[in-house]
Structures are given as structure tokens and as C-alpha cells.
Design a protein around this ligand. Structure first.
Ligand code: ZN
Ligand code: ZN
Length: 229
């Protein structure tokens, strides 16, 4: 099975590791597939303005450079490690109230999607680009300050747009996802080197972007594992 991690941050947002070194860390650890998913933060409140000021967000201005850097590194990762690297973002709608906040991975993205748009527009643009849409850390976490509950609380309205839900994020497991029988994946939410050791996804499919998206969407041949040193 393919060892995968679809939720990874670099210095393009609030990660502490440069893109190139991140690729080498995952390549040397034997991963088959990773997605780079730096934050795209909403700028319509002080939290978002702070994030942008301190360059903790990919923006419309540097999106093309972000994607071309990932593509350059993806070629190197394939040549050196036979590891597939997929460009993505994490749409990060941050508000004071966790009930209003939501984070969404858009994997295999081609064009920039602003986080300030409403949910329907974000989901429809992501669908138009034939991406994989993942609801991140959708339920209560061990670190309550990171809770993002909007999509779970409004799942009756939005579940139809979501291809998979994170059933595990780093050290947290969300059993509500299995109770609802939603498609699932597990990711590290990598920001620091030690986050390599965390929940991961195993996929029983070919090592190419289309097969991986289909495998996750159909939720067939998907398993999770706690990756330890
Ligand atoms: Zn997040
Ligand atoms: Zn994240």
C-alpha cells in the first residue's frame, strides 16, 4: 500500500521547515505520496490580517511562485525518491469562535482560491478544478485553541461537497467521522520535524494523482496507520 500524508505546511505559511528540506524528510522516511498544503487565510478580520502581515499565508500575489516551486520539487522528489508530490492549499477560515471556523484542504489545485469567498463558491471552484476536497480536523481537538467546528456543525448542508474528512490529524482521532460513515483520510498537519511521527493514510491504488483521488473519493482500499520512529 502507498504510505501517504496529504496535509503538510512549509515556510510558505506557518511551517518551520523549508519546502526543499520538507521533501527530503518525507522522501528519506519512505513516503510514496505527499501533498504540500500551505495556509490560504481569510483577510476579513484581524486574525487574518495578522497572518498575512507576518507571511503566514499564501496569497494571490505569490500563489504562482508557490505552485511552481512545488512542481520543481515534485520532479526532484520523483527522480530521487519515487515520491509523488501534489500541490495543494489549506483554505483557513479563522474566527474567534471555533463554531465559525473551518479549514479545508484543496489538493491538486491549479488556480488560486481566496479564503474570503463563501463556502459554496469555494467548493464549486475547487470542483471545477477537479481537486480533492478534505475537511480538516473537523471535531474537538486535544488543543482546544485549534478547534474548527463549522463544517461538522453544518454537515447536513456541506457534506455533499466534501470528498473526505480527516478522521485523524497528528495525534487526534475523530470517531464521529466513522460513526457517520464519511470517507476518511489521516494526516500529520506537519509544521515541525517531529510531526512526521503521527497518523497517516495508506492507499491500495496506483501511484498517480488520478488513481489517488478516485481511491479516496470512493473510500475503497483506504486505511490509517500511526507512523512511529
Ligand atoms: Zn488547519
Ligand atoms: Zn494544517
Amino acid at each position: 500500500m502507498l504510505l501517504c500524508d496529504f496535509h503538510i505546511h512549509t515556510k510558505y505559511s506557518d511551517g518551520s521547515v523549508e519546502l526543499r528540506r520538507t521533501i527530503d524528510i518525507f522522501g528519506q522516511a519512505g513516503f510514496d505520496v505527499i501533498a504540500i498544503t500551505d495556509h490560504v487565510v481569510n483577510g476579513d478580520n484581524s486574525i487574518g490580517k495578522f497572518a498575512r502581515r507576518f507571511k503566514f499565508s499564501v496569497t494571490a500575489e505569490n500563489f504562482d511562485e508557490y505552485i511552481s516551486s512545488i512542481k520543481y520539487e515534485a520532479q526532484r522528489a520523483w527522480d530521487k525518491y519515487e515520491m509523488l508530490v501534489i500541490p495543494g492549499i489549506e483554505i483557513s477560515k479563522n474566527y474567534i469562535s471555533p463554531d465559525k471556523s473551518a479549514h479545508i484542504l484543496i489538493i491538486d489545485i491549479k488556480d488560486f482560491i481566496p479564503a474570503c469567498m463563501n463556502y459554496e463558491r469555494i467548493f464549486l471552484d475547487a470542483k471545477r478544478q477537479d481537486t480533492l476536497i478534505v475537511a480538516c480536523h473537523p471535531h474537538n481537538m486535544s488543543d482546544m485553541s485549534r478547534d474548527t467546528l463549522f463544517l461538522w456543525n453544518n454537515r447536513d448542508k456541506y457534506a455533499k461537497y466534501i470528498d473526505a474528512w480527516e478522521i485523524a490529524n497528528r495525534d487526534d482521532v475523530f470517531n464521529v467521522i466513522s460513526l457517520k460513515k464519511y470517507p476518511y483520510i489521516a494526516n500529520s498537519d506537519f509544521h515541525k520535524v517531529r510531526h512526521l511521527y503521527s497518523w497517516k493514510t495508506l492507499l491500495n491504488c496506483e501511484k498517480n494523482v488520478e488513481s489517488i483521488k478516485q481511491c479516496i473519493k470512493h473510500n475503497k482500499g483506504v486505511a490509517i496507520t500511526l507512523f512511529r520512529n
